[in-house]
Design a protein around this ligand. Structure first.
Ligand code: SF4
Length: 68
């Protein structure tokens, strides 16, 4: 079996922080496909992710591990 050496996280680093604007925090079932699509492996395409990163927000999960 080939080992995946990718450094890309499996989930969006913001997913545990429940930002108000995140799809996972809205509680709307219409956003379920967006959670499945963006929050898991395609977070680099998420407009909310881009906005947070552009604003200089750093996920606490990265700060905890000391990743840069
Ligand atoms: S992918 Fe977007 S909506 Fe999902 S947790 Fe990350 S920033 Fe929030």
């Amino acid at each position: 079996m080939k080992k995946d050496n990718s450094s890309k996280p499996a989930y969006c680093p913001f997913i545990e922080e429940a930002y108000e604007e995140c799809y996972a925090s809205t509680g709307m079932s219409l956003d379920t496909w967006k959670i499945l699509h963006f929050c898991k492996s395609n977070f680099n395409e998420c407009e909310i992710y881009k906005k947070l990163v552009f604003s200089g927000v750093k996920p606490q999960t990265l700060e905890k591990t000391g990743s840069k």
